[in-house]
Design a protein around this ligand. Structure first.
Ligand SMILES: Cc1cc2nc3c(=O)[nH]c(=O)nc-3n(C[C@H](O)[C@H](O)[C@H](O)COP(=O)(O)OP(=O)(O)OC[C@H]3O[C@@H](n4cnc5c(N)ncnc54)[C@H](O)[C@@H]3O)c2cc1C
Length: 422
């Protein structure tokens, strides 16, 4: 995972009395670790009496049942934690048992080591699942037959993998490069480099390429990496430290997430909702992942406010408010994932037409996504309308041209007829 997040749609702020995040400004960059530690600090300072934080625990199973005489629905989450992981405070009201499992050793596939794993169950009448693109909670909701919840997964037609490398600009070069801008080097070779700034100083270079790229697979030594940079990104070579060349060669390829969205509801029963990548996973090109996750939180807060914190009503309201946007974000992003014809071409066309007729054609997709006044569903509808207008416009221009051509031909044949008669 990268350590810097591009925010294409805004930044977080506190809203009302809740520790919610909302989206309100145009773009920016956040260090991922900084964001996590900031949220953790907020939790510790303000909500320690209400929240316990456990690190290194994995939810391995979820199910739902009625509890007590009132028959209130509770979500039961089974967690596992390997020994050595820490917890900032003990979980109250949970059932804990210690079991032992055998885990494969990372150094050799044939050897194995036994590690103690603690397993326990947490029960709650309100669960917010934010466990990302590989969400266990989502998997449990998907397999349950008592909800219309489902997940649409798009086949990846444009698979891209990446490796990262830190870039330290020498002082004499750093002054000519603003530290808060991200750079992108696009080459005809099919290997591209994105450089994301960090508050700490170094940029994070993200090299993107197709899986199995022979030039990347052939990297074995620091010299190989230097030669690759020399050939494709010579301007960036002064920022690469010697020590990172070999590390880059040794790194495995990392995969970008594939497109998927959940719907038509984003909740289960009366107790459980999903937010973030668990309901809308997109590739990170447009910096929408974190922003849209923040928006989910803001929408959930709105739903809780509207329903006076009635969990059952709030989760249903949240689905009503957010499911269409989750779908629209993914469908829109997926439609752009193809190169010139699906992304650059429409971007240029939309920009030109918007400039010519701003009241008729909406801004290009990137500018539209950055406009937090529009929901993703509204942007999707506007873009459909734009496309329909563009097709209509092209058809009208085509008809006019055809008529002009026919008229010219008619005129030409008349003239030729007269000349022949003379
Ligand atoms: C290479 C890359 C670059 C990206 N760049 C950007 C960017 O520049 N800008 C941007 O906006 N977005 C970017 N994204 C997307 C962004 O990281 C995600 O959209 C965002 O982190 C989603 O937040 P989340 O909380 O839903 O999921 P995550 O951030 O993935 O968090 C999920 C958390 O749940 C934990 N978890 C997972 N499974 C379990 C389980 N079973 N039990 C317990 N815990 C579990 C994980 O350990 C993790 O801590 C990028 C993604 C990638 C892969």
């Amino acid at each position: 995972m990268l350590s810097v997040l591009r925010l294409g749609r805004g930044a977080c702020r506190r809203t009302g009395g809740r520790a919610a995040a909302a989206v309100r400004s145009r773009g920016g960059l956040l260090g991922q670790v900084r964001l996590a530690s900031c949220l953790l600090q907020e939790l510790r300072e303000r909500y320690l009496d209400a929240v316990s934080v456990t690190f290194g625990a994995r939810c391995v199973q979820a199910d739902w049942r009625q509890s007590g005489s009132g028959g209130q629905e509770v979500c039961r989450l089974t967690f596992q934690q390997q020994s050595g992981s820490s917890s900032s405070s003990s979980s109250t009201g949970s059932t804990t048992s210690t079991i032992s499992v055998t885990a494969s050793s990372s150094s050799s596939s044939s050897s194995s080591s036994s590690e103690a794993v603690t397993e326990w169950v947490e029960e709650s009448s309100f669960v917010i699942g934010a466990d990302g693109a590989g969400s266990s909670l989502r998997a449990a909701m998907e397999t349950s037959s008592s909800t219309p919840f489902s997940v649409k997964r798009f086949p990846d037609k444009n698979t891209i993998v990446y490796r990262t490398i830190p870039l330290f600009w020498p002082k004499e070069l750093a002054t000519s490069r603003p530290g808060d801008v991200n750079y992108s080097a696009r080459t005809k070779s099919g290997i591209n480099l994105d450089c994301l700034p960090t508050k700490e100083g170094p940029f994070i270079g993200v090299m993107l390429y197709k899986p199995g790229d022979k030039r990347i697979a052939a990297l074995k030594t620091d010299e190989d990496v230097r030669a690759l940079f020399q050939e494709h990104f010579p301007a960036f070579l002064p920022a690469v430290r010697e020590v990172d060349l070999q590390r880059f060669a040794d790194k495995p390829d990392c995969s970008l997430p594939t497109f998927s969205y959940a719907g038509p509801v984003l909740h289960y029963g009366h107790s459980t909702v999903l937010v973030g990548d668990a309901i809308h996973t997109v590739k990170p090109y447009f910096g929408q992942g974190v922003n849209s996750a923040f928006e989910d939180v803001a929408v959930l807060e709105k739903a809780l406010d509207e329903t006076d914190d009635d969990a059952g009503a709030a989760v249903r309201r949240y689905s009503q408010l957010r499911a269409k946007d989750a779908e629209a974000l993914v469908v829109l992003s997926h439609s752009l994932d193809g190169g010139f014809t699906t992304f650059v071409g429409p971007l240029i066309l939309d920009s030109m037409l918007h400039k010519l007729a701003p009241k008729i054609f909406s801004p290009n997709i990137i500018a539209s996504l950055q406009n937090e006044a529009w929901s993703f569903a509204q942007i999707r509808a506007r873009k459909r309308w734009d496309r329909a207008l563009q097709v209509g416009l092209l058809a009208a221009v085509g008809v006019v041209l055809l008529r002009m051509a026919a008229a010219l031909l008619g005129l030409a044949s008349k003239l030729l007829g007269r000349v022949g008669a003379v």
